[in-house]
Design a protein around this ligand. Structure first.
Ligand SMILES: [Zn+2]
Length: 472
């Protein structure tokens, strides 16, 4: 497990910023252009993906992207690229990294009481990005070299969620002074609220959810006696701020919008993730017998999930049968059904199930991973590599897809393709040296003129990265 280190980020950021500052006349843009923001964001995402803070669950991340994309589509910059991801941290926080990368802590996801509340937080973060608040914050600080400023900014943003110890290691005195300047001001917050509110309304969420969620956080803070959630520190919530949103929202009709089943299932999945297997089973059993709270479909989904984790294939199958009589056609449910069938250890039955399931959810990654794994295990790697290639063109930064592809090519005895896929997997995890090693192996294996020139050009690009890093 790699740690997020300042030195690595510093070098990345140097690389990103050193490429010449375009003079656009605008103060905020001349400090950090949108392209530079994107580069800094991409490089720090590589580090985050490889760190413990990244929740490596495609279902949770796909869900966040689905809600996020809906909001971006009705924002003032619908063409901007965004990536939303979950952070494995119980504290209540959400944050934006320059370039359109938005992290949401598990703690925040579980604090929201409706899908519209979650959307209101995402809409607010999206607005920080579309309004280029980080670039503007950086332009306001002129006391230090721009390059190190940008680098430290990224390190701090990425480190906000890591435990105190590693955070202290990452941040020196200089970094701490910059952090103060990076916390959003009241004006930034107000702008992000107003713009976020507009996209919330345009994408048909309940706008009243925004002040409701902020008030819930305020109440929670009072109970915690000043021990404010991180979110309140990075996005100060004042009574003035809440009053401003309430005033705007009061002119809009209260739209009661039902939460999607996905929202319920994702929350259930995260509750299960936080508990031990035995605790999770008894929690969902009680929830189902008490019938007091929550959605019974989601609760049974949580029970099946936990039974599978406990290797109780028989009970998982029984509960799944009940569940499927209540709800169908949902990708999360269909993915879990595949896992329940697979647990019965009948490969042919499982293969038959997946054949139909991928037709119903052709781009659902969690399902694709499971199906591809089974194909490889049952000696059908040609089919697996075909399936994976299709999805890689859609998700070019998906490390799991590359790892599976490398396995499939290994089985097909195609060493060039195998090492190339492994190289992309390492590169997207930020492990550039290992990626270069794999590309060298791919080169030795030999291939067509086209394949060899692709490898040469990838090698050049990766070596450039290493050079820039070592020069600092
Ligand atoms: Zn904010």
């Amino acid at each position: 497990m790699k740690k997020l280190t300042l030195s690595v980020l510093l070098c990345f950021a140097t690389h990103a910023v050193a490429e010449g500052l375009p003079d656009l006349g605008d103060i905020s843009q001349s400090v950090l252009s949108p392209l530079q923001e994107r580069q800094i964001g991409q490089q720090s995402m590589m580090q985050i993906r490889a760190s413990r803070m990244f929740l490596d669950d495609p279902e949770v991340n796909d869900y966040l992207n689905q809600i996020g994309d809906r909001l971006v589509a009705s924002s003032n910059e619908p063409a901007l690229n965004f990536e939303f991801f979950a952070v494995d941290d119980e504290s209540v926080n959400a944050f934006a990294i320059p370039g359109g990368f938005i992290g949401v802590n598990i703690g925040l996801l579980l604090t929201t009481q409706s899908e519209s509340e979650l959307a209101s937080v995402l809409a607010h973060e999206i607005a920080h990005v579309t309004q280029h608040h980080y670039a503007r914050l950086l332009s306001a600080t002129q006391n230090d070299g721009l390059t190190s400023m940008a680098a430290i900014a990224v390190a701090i943003l990425a480190a906000r969620n890591s435990p105190q110890a590693s955070q202290a290691a990452i941040m020196g005195a200089q970094a701490r002074s910059v952090q103060k300047q990076l916390d959003f001001t009241r004006l930034h917050e107000q702008e992000a609220d107003r713009i976020g509110l507009e996209s919330l309304q345009k994408s048909s969420f309940n706008t009243h959810a925004m002040p409701e969620f902020l008030q819930r956080l305020q109440r929670a803070t009072r109970l915690l006696e000043g021990n404010a959630p991180n979110y309140m520190r990075t996005h100060p919530i004042t009574s003035e701020r809440v009053a401003d949103i309430e005033n705007r929202v009061s002119k809009q009709p209260y739209r009661l919008i039902a939460d999607s089943l996905d929202f319920q299932l994702i929350r259930t999945k995260l509750i299960a993730h936080q508990k031990s297997t035995a605790d999770a089973i008894s929690y969902f059993e009680h929830a189902l017998t008490d019938k007091k709270f929550g959605n019974p479909v989601a609760q049974r989904y949580g029970l099946v999930l936990s039974l599978l984790r406990a290797n109780d294939a028989t009970r998982a199958q029984q509960e799944m049968d009940t569940l499927r009589a209540q709800a169908q056609g949902n990708a999360l449910l269909d993915t879990l059904t595949g896992q329940v069938i697979a647990a019965q250890k009948n490969d042919q039955a499982t293969l038959n199930y997946y054949k139909t399931a991928v037709l119903n959810h052709p781009q659902y990654r969690a399902l694709i991973y499971d199906y591809a794994q089974l194909l490889i295990r049952t000696g059908q790697s040609a089919l697996a590599s075909h399936l994976l290639n299709d999805r890689i063109s859609r998700y070019p930064a998906d490390v799991t897809l590359y790892n599976l592809q490398a396995h499939a090519y290994q089985q097909l005895n195609k060493p060039l393709e195998q090492h190339q896929a492994q190289a992309y997997s390492y590169a997207w995890q930020g492990n550039i040296h290992a990626a270069i090693e794999q590309l060298e192996l791919a080169k030795q294996a030999g291939g067509s003129f086209y394949q060899m020139s692709t490898i040469e050009s990838d090698l050049r690009e990766l070596r450039d990265m290493v050079d820039t890093r070592s020069k600092k």
